[in-house]
Design a binder for this molecule. Structure first.
Ligand code: SF4
Length: 190
């Protein structure tokens, strides 16, 4: 098991779910490189404007969940009984995927551990559509968070995960030159 894996960073959950093999290279070989998709995503985060009722950058850590992470944006809304705080996860592109929802769920779980009250809703904001999408956090999301945290915490250097479930992911992958999926398949006669 990786020593630093006592606590899992929420961002790593998304990385792992995209492709466990890619995550493995990032963890053990420090091979991540900047490519267009990474740089574009970074710039979009950095250039986001500030608006009212938004809280920026709340760092949370939970011993119970073995999770930590920084929520980029939180929206606070006044209601009769107080106020509701809702995490917003921002993504590039025009669509979001299960791994984005699960990452958002992990932030919601961190927040509810911190507030000691349920957080059942989060938003994914897409730069590509300039829209945000309400995501109801279900038991399925929560179970996936817990399962993925455990998978990450029990990763081993000696055990390289298999290739991505969808080869299209390799086209955008910043570690493909280390993973060499096509070359490996040819060498293995696949
Ligand atoms: S090239 Fe494909 S299989 Fe290899 S790490 Fe990247 S996404 Fe995963």
């Amino acid at each position: 098991m990786r020593e630093e894996n006592d606590f899992v960073n929420v961002g790593d959950i998304n990385q792992y779910l995209y492709c466990p093999r890619r995550f493995y290279y990032i963890c053990y070989y420090n091979t991540i490189e900047m490519n267009f998709y990474l740089k574009d995503g970074q710039l979009k985060h950095e250039n986001q404007s500030r608006r009212g009722n938004w809280i920026r950058e709340l760092y949370l850590k939970s011993k119970k969940l073995k999770l930590h992470g920084k929520i980029d944006v939180l929206e606070s809304k006044n209601i009769k009984s107080g106020f509701i705080i809702t995490p917003i996860e921002r993504k590039r592109g025009t669509s979001y995927y299960n791994n984005d929802e699960i990452q958002l769920a992990a932030y919601c779980m961190l927040l509810e551990d911190y507030l000691d009250e349920p957080v059942k809703l989060g938003y994914i904001y897409l730069f590509g559509t300039n829209e945000r999408y309400a995501i109801t956090i279900t038991d399925w999301h929560r179970e996936k968070v817990i399962e993925t945290v455990e998978n990450i915490r029990t990763m081993h250097l000696e055990s390289i995960p298999g290739f991505a479930d969808n080869p299209n992911k390799c086209k955008k992958c910043s570690t493909s030159q280390y993973c060499l999926p096509l070359e490996t398949k040819i060498l293995e006669g696949g």
